[in-house]
Ligand binder design. Structure first.
Ligand code: F2R
Ligand code: MG
Ligand code: MG
Length: 314
């Protein structure tokens, strides 16, 4: 790879992880609310002194740390990293499931089986999709490997098929965004076709078809009714992809639109921000938002290390 291409890729890796963290931190202020006006979200974003992230970014950090330290996926290591991080900062607003899984693993359950004991058939919450961006970055040049690692990383806490498929779909969207040059107009239909060819699950296939139908839609209530804005993976991952594809040339517009839909705003904005940042790169993120992000330098260092691992695998 030429140096100029490597540098473009580096900016995309940084844009992805920082874009996800900012989406999470901005969206956290609106999580669980109804639809909001974009002006109100921008107004609050300007007034916040610091952007404090939640479990979405905390777990994304865990995925990145583990992939870097293990030079690839190691389930036991990733599970122990999640537990260590959770024990240090349990107040990050975790969903109900992961802390119960962490307790089971601490009590001796294997990392690959604990999640099966939660809910009926495992969790289909969006908790494994919201943290999967580092997998999308590291395996962006090998989509079958990406699928395998997305499934496995999901299985630590979310073993339901809809969660595993949701995580792999989000990782694939990040990978496609990394692989698509941002200096030419994105072919939205081609982007969606690639996702449809990738994902075997019927429900996600239908959602991706609905995204195409909704691209010009002005009525947010219709978008929410069709795609969803909830805590479940199938009611949030396609919505995040939609938020990106609706306004692919503006990170700010994609994230603000995601938050304006209400519901699981931190998570949908984190996932939309990851895809948008991976497509546009760090330079597209408003500098005043970057400057206010908690632990910005550490998240940036993780993105940098993932990039080094991706261009020069062990
Ligand atoms: N927890 C939150 N938000 C609550 C407010 C936090 C507050 N602001 C604070 O500061 O404390 N957000 C975070 O949780 C979501 C990710 O959740 P995760 O990790 O997927 O959790 P879980 O428990 O696995 O699943 C979530 C819910 O989905 C339903 N569900 C899942 N599988 C099910 C099944 N098989 N059958 C029935 N229901 C199932 C359950 O209601 C789960 O509780 C993100 O939004 C993150 O930001
Ligand atoms: Mg959260
Ligand atoms: Mg959330």
């Amino acid at each position: 790879m030429q140096d100029v291409q490597k540098e473009k890729l580096r900016l995309k890796f940084l844009g992805c992880l920082l874009g996800a963290a900012i989406g999470d931190a901005l969206g956290a202020r609106w999580e669980g609310r109804r639809m909001s006006r974009s002006e109100d979200i921008v107004f609050l974003a300007e007034r916040l002194e610091q952007l404090i992230y939640t479990d979405d970014t905390h777990m994304t950090i865990g995925v990145a740390e583990s992939l870097i330290e293990s030079k690839g996926f190691d389930g036991e290591h990733m599970a122990q990293t999640f537990i260590k991080n959770y024990d240090a900062e349990p107040w990050r607003g975790y969903g109900p499931g992961p802390p119960r899984i962490f307790r089971m693993i601490k009590d001796g359950e294997a990392w690959y089986s604990a999640a099966n004991r939660l809910y009926r058939g495992g969790s289909f919450g969006n908790g494994s999709a919201m943290r999967v961006a580092p997998v999308g970055l590291l395996y962006s040049r090998d989509l079958e490997k990406l699928r395998e690692i997305a499934y496995q990383s999901s299985s630590i806490t979310h073993s339901h098929e809809l969660a595993r498929e949701g995580a792999s779909l989000q990782a694939c969207a990040v990978a496609l965004a990394v692989n698509t040059p941002s200096d030419e107009d994105i072919d939205k239909e081609a982007f969606l076709s690639k996702l449809q060819n990738f994902i075997p699950n019927q429900l996600y296939q239908e959602k991706l078809a609905q995204i195409k139908e909704l691209l010009g839609e002005q009525d947010k209530a219709k978008v929410i009714a069709v795609l969803g804005n909830g805590i479940e993976a199938p009611r949030s991952v396609p919505t995040a992809i939609y938020c990106f594809l609706r306004q692919p040339q503006s990170y700010k517009d994609a994230v603000i639109y995601a938050i304006s839909l209400g519901g699981d705003t931190d998570t949908i904005a984190a996932m939309a921000g990851a895809i948008s940042g991976a497509y546009l790169g760090i330079d597209a993120i408003p500098p005043e938002w970057l400057a206010k992000l908690e632990n910005k330098d550490y998240i940036e260092s993780l993105a940098q290390k993932l990039w080094q691992l991706a261009i020069c695998p062990a």
